[in-house]
Design a protein around this ligand. Structure first.
Ligand code: CUO
Length: 674
């Protein structure tokens, strides 16, 4: 067996939680200081080998050590692909570790963190290595900087065994109530939301070696995951009496929404640049590359024309149909753009990524002020900014246009002969809880920031910060299903749809379907006769528990042998459980709770290998299964991804006995509990 090169300390950290500069030549003769850092709380000392052959890292020099790294900037993506390839090419685990250690301080730190995490996730020999949660590695990207200052102060004054005060991350620190968008700050600036988004892009990189990029239905998942983010965001806006976000379809109009992030870049200690209200976008001409607004418009028009025609053209001019099954996947890779998989990069361009970039440089498009990009340039921070949802809203309208041109779903696709859902309920666990009334509230929770804060030679394990976030009381779904046929399997698909908009005007089914929020999806066995299906809200296939959003490898979470470290590999990908339900309203807000049991023979996917699912692959609706095919053969979002044969949801469930709905009320308690 291999030497346990990547072993853990008693708190589950990996060796790569090292502070910066441990391996640089500067420290070569100072081995004592280095070893001191490891002498405490270490289970196994880890020998780092010399690299067999020193790699030429010149390609990475184009990205300065203190420059921001962006996955949306083509040049940066190319550098990352090369570094990832270097890591993947390491012949064995020891050489990979040696290489990672060698490169760590010789390349941009965020580039390192990303490429290293991608390599770990994709090398067959690093199955058991956890990826530190991003909010812990770069906490400054997630929280208000004065808290970090307090944390440093606290650590410098009171030793770790001392009685440190718990630091409080304020809520609502980016704008005042004068700004309407501020009502959604709790959603946009949620640590779990941003951590999920970073992890998703880590699991589905848009460029790099084929073996890393080419995942089952990745283009479709790009569409679907972001479509669901949009649906959730728009529903959340209704809860706060705001209208749907307006897609950013005109890049030449000033952008009314400003955003002042007030968080620090993790590598140069400057705040992320702000975007003032009513900012006009400009062509970008910077050392890292040029982008013209007219290029984006050209790509957009070509993509829209392809959708209208029903096919795209590859580089040889072959027509590839945008059909019901593969069309959305092809478009996803074109629009994102995933340059490894796009059928024609040159022609369809790089629309979504370059949109992020052009927006992120609005404040300094020609680099005259030597400013880096704003939060839209970075997957760890983009979801904080209201413009993220306007840009993705626009991207989503392109996908929705393709979907709207496909035939209306027919009876064979929607029905399930002999299956009748007779009762639907969602109920809190509390005794005597009223059926179909769900509860949200504020909660104060804590997370450990120590991994990302480097306080000097003494290992510091315990810097706890608390923050306020939305929470929902756990509940149970109960469905009664009559099966008048033989024993068989079905897929239970649960959604909630808003019934009304921000003005309390009823929504048509065609509007509801675009706002339908996936809550859960799982396989059920149906016996002949009556069946009762119960499912806990905490088992959702969309969400991951709080511990995985915040404590994946933190000091306060100690993985045991029983829950193998493998669990933590991709564990950060998944919608945060505390935002599973939209906020609702203090007086209660009504939603449709929709359930459909579809015919498993039409849903089943034949996996290529029968190895058990990675224990971390629980949020498969958004993140897929690790090293496996996406586990549902239907197009993502089924049955709401395409037009439906009825005008209202009531008519739809009336027409299909395998579907049912009930009204639920979500009540928001505007108090901090816990
Ligand atoms: Cu996730 Cu635009 O793709 O941020």
């Amino acid at each position: 067996p291999l030497e346990p090169v990547f072993t853990t300390r008693d708190n589950g950290k990996t060796v790569f939680d090292l502070p910066e500069s441990v391996y640089t030549d500067r420290y070569r003769n100072n081995s004592e200081e280095v070893s001191n850092r490891f002498s405490q709380n270490v289970e196994t000392r880890i020998p780092i080998r010399e690299v067999a052959r020193k790699p030429n890292l010149e390609f990475a020099d184009k990205l300065g050590r203190k420059q921001q790294f962006s996955l949306f900037i083509t040049k940066h993506k190319e550098i990352a692909s090369q570094l990832i390839q270097l890591y993947l090419d390491a012949p064995n685990l020891q050489q990979f570790v040696a290489l990672a250690a060698y490169t760590k301080d010789r390349v941009n730190p965020v580039l390192f963190q990303y490429s290293y995490a991608v390599a770990i996730a994709h090398r067959p020999d690093t199955r058991t290595v956890p990826i530190p949660n991003i909010s812990q590695v770069f906490p400054s990207n997630f929280i208000e900087p004065s808290v970090l200052q307090d944390a440093r102060q606290e650590a410098s004054v009171i030793a770790k065994s001392g009685n440190r005060s718990v630091l409080e991350i304020p809520a609502n620190y980016t704008a005042s109530d004068r700004e309407d968008e501020q009502h959604l700050a709790y959603f946009r600036e949620d640590i779990g939301v941003n951590s999920h988004h970073w992890h998703w892009h880590l699991v589905y990189p848009a460029s790099g070696p084929m073996e890393v990029v080419n995942k089952d239905r990745r283009g479709e998942l790009f569409y679907y995951m972001h479509h669901q983010l949009l649906a959730r965001y728009n529903v959340e806006r209704f809860c706060n009496r705001l209208k749907r976000t307006i897609p950013l379809s005109n890049l030449r109009e000033a952008i009314p929404e400003g955003y002042f992030p007030k968080i620090l870049s993790s590598i140069n200690n400057r705040t992320y640049p702000a975007r003032i209200s009513r900012q006009q976008l400009s062509d970008v001409a910077r050392p890292d590359g040029n982008i013209e607004i007219s290029e984006l418009e050209r790509w957009r028009d070509r993509i829209l024309a392809a959708i209208d025609q029903g096919y795209v053209e590859d580089t040889q001019g072959n027509r590839i149909p945008l059909d019901e099954v593969r069309g959305i996947d092809i478009l996803g890779n074109i629009i994102e753009a995933c340059n490894t998989l796009s059928v024609n990069n040159q022609f369809y361009g790089n629309l979504h990524n370059q949109g992020h970039t052009i927006i992120s440089f609005a404040h300094d498009p020609d680099y005259r002020h030597l400013e880096d990009f704003g939060v839209m340039g970075d997957v760890t921070t983009a979801m904080r900014d209201p413009i993220f949802y306007r840009w993705h809203g626009f991207i989503d309208t392109i996908f929705n246009k393709h979907k709207a041109l496909l035939p209306v779903y027919n009876n064979t696709q929607l029905g399930f002969e002999g299956i009748n859902v007779t009762y639907v309920e969602a109920r809190l666990g509390a005794p005597n809880a009223r059926p179909n009334t769900l509860l949200t509230y504020w909660q104060r929770s804590s997370a450990n920031l120590a991994a990302g804060l480097d306080f000097g030679p003494v290992e510091d394990e315990n810097i706890t910060a608390t923050f306020r976030h939305l929470q929902n009381a756990p509940y149970t779904y109960t469905f009664n299903v009559t099966n008048s046929g033989p024993r068989r399997s079905g897929t239970c698909r649960i959604f909630i749809c808003p019934k009304t908009d921000e003005r309390n005007q009823p929504l048509r089914l065609e509007e509801q379907r675009l706002l339908a929020i996936e809550m859960d999806k799982f396989t059920v066995e149906l016996m002949p006769g009556e069946n009762t299906i119960r499912r806990e809200s905490t088992d959702s296939s969309v969400a991951i528990p709080f511990e995985r959003s915040f404590r994946a490898v933190g000091a306060s979470y100690q993985p045991t042998a029983a829950d193998d470290l493998a669990r933590f590999r991709f564990c950060g990908c998944g919608w945060p459980q505390h935002l599973l339900l939209p906020k609702g309203k203090p007086e209660g807000m009504q939603f449709d709770l929709f359930v459909m049991i579809s015919d498993y023979t039409q849903d089943a996917v034949q996996q290529l290998s029968n190895t058990p699912n990675d224990a971390c692959s629980t949020a498969y609706s958004f993140c897929g299964l690790k090293d496996k095919l996406y586990p549902d053969k239907r197009t993502m979002g089924f049955p709401f991804d395409r037009r439906l044969p009825n005008d209202t949801l009531n008519e739809l469930v009336g027409a299909f006995s395998n579907m049912a709905k009930t009204d639920i009320t979500i009540k928001f308690n505007d108090r901090v509990i816990g």
